[in-house]
Write a protein that binds this ligand. Structure first.
Ligand code: NDP
Length: 314
């Protein structure tokens, strides 16, 4: 259900549409807060770029990430939540109720805000990496893996995301190298075991990426062994970066208190930020757990905190 917005003062606007945002919407709508969800550019959030989610309670055979997000959205809409596929450009926190400016020139006035904008994939920061973005470099195997069918590719990173990307690519590509800067993989044991067992995945421990090279398209990567300092020239046509995420908090800087890594700071055991009536949940405020289920849990908390806050205003 895509609704137009009215000129009324909203009770609750939820910014972000991953498991945190949609769960907040389910709870807020069932509490009669009639929430508006501003979905952003990637409705459904990070889980829409994954394949199977195997660790969300209740799905004994796993669930497709996209499907799960569509289900959560429908669940919220069933109770009256409204969604807008728009981007927030600015929030005026100087006056209350708060005013949210959208990219199409519309604005929303609201008594409470739930921030659930999640996090975005990090890149290594090499100039050559930027040069080959979309021409060999990607941060999403699910989105781009198909273009590298039958070819040799590399995945950088040793966490669960990297393991998942490597496994996905191993079913499409000829050979997958995993470039890991330490001498161990940070990924969970189940994922690490699956990677190790896969015949066409080769793990390169103790390697960092020095440079990417090619012509118009990527042709290879120069690696450096962090122990021996030896250089390794890896001929690959795809380079998938899977080294973690940064919180999407840029639009909050200077007003909402952030930690040293730009995650939103919340009060202990609550989702309250430093701004009255503004709550944060999901990966945006979670540098530690960053799971779909924890995001959903804090989404629920944020809606309950918003409800309590609004009740006090009456
Ligand atoms: P993580 O932070 O867990 O792992 C990041 C990996 O990238 C680490 O191996 C890290 O190395 C490496 N890295 C970081 N920066 C660099 C760099 N500049 N150069 C080279 N390597 C680098 O991130 P993930 O995205 O993998 O996972 C985030 C969370 O999401 C985790 O809690 C994970 O369990 C969860 N997750 C769960 C999934 C599932 O269950 N299906 C799927 C995907 C993620 P180092 O170890 O040296 O720091």
């Amino acid at each position: 259900m895509q609704n137009t917005i009215s000129n009324d003062i909203e009770k609750c606007v939820i910014i972000g549409s991953g498991p945190a945002g949609y769960t907040a919407a389910v709870y807020a709508s069932r509490a009669n807060l009639f929430p508006v969800i501003i979905e952003g550019l990637q409705p459904g959030g990070q889980l829409t770029t994954t394949t199977e989610v195997e660790n969300f309670p209740g799905y004994k055979d796993g669930v497709d990430g996209n499907q799960m997000m569509m289900d959560l959205k429908s669940q919220a809409e069933r109770f009256g939540a409204r969604s807008l596929t728009r981007i927030v450009q600015k929030i005026d926190f100087d006056n209350y109720p708060y005013k949210i400016y959208l990219d199409n020139g519309d604005n929303l006035i609201t008594q409470s805000i739930i921030l659930a904008t999640g996090a975005t994939a990090k890149y290594l920061g090499l100039d050559s990496e930027t040069k080959y973005k979309g021409a060999g470099v990607s941060a999403c195997a699910i989105c781009d893996g198909f273009f590298y069918k039958g070819l040799d590719v590399a995945v950088v990173g040793g966490g669960d995301t990297a393991a998942e990307e490597a496994l996905f690519l191993s079913n499409l590509c000829n050979k997958v190298y995993m470039i890991i800067r330490k001498d161990y993989m940070r990924a969970s044991k189940t994922m690490a075991d699956r990677v190790v067992e896969k015949e066409n995945i080769e793990i390169l421990y103790n390697y960092s990426t020095k440079e990417l090279y090619g012509d118009d398209l990527l042709k290879g990567v120069l690696l450096n062994n962090t122990k021996t300092n030896e250089e390794l020239d890896l001929r690959v046509e795809g380079f998938f970066v899977a080294i973690g995420h940064s919180p999407n908090s840029e639009f909050l800087e200077d007003v909402i208190e952030l930690d040293e890594n730009n995650y939103v700071k919340t009060l202990e055991d609550s989702t309250c930020t430093n701004m009255p009536g503004v709550f944060a949940c999901g990966d945006l405020a979670d540098p530690i757990y960053r799971q779909a289920v924890t995001a959903a849990g804090t989404g629920c908390m944020a809606a309950m905190d918003a409800e309590k806050y609004l009740a006090k205003l009456m």
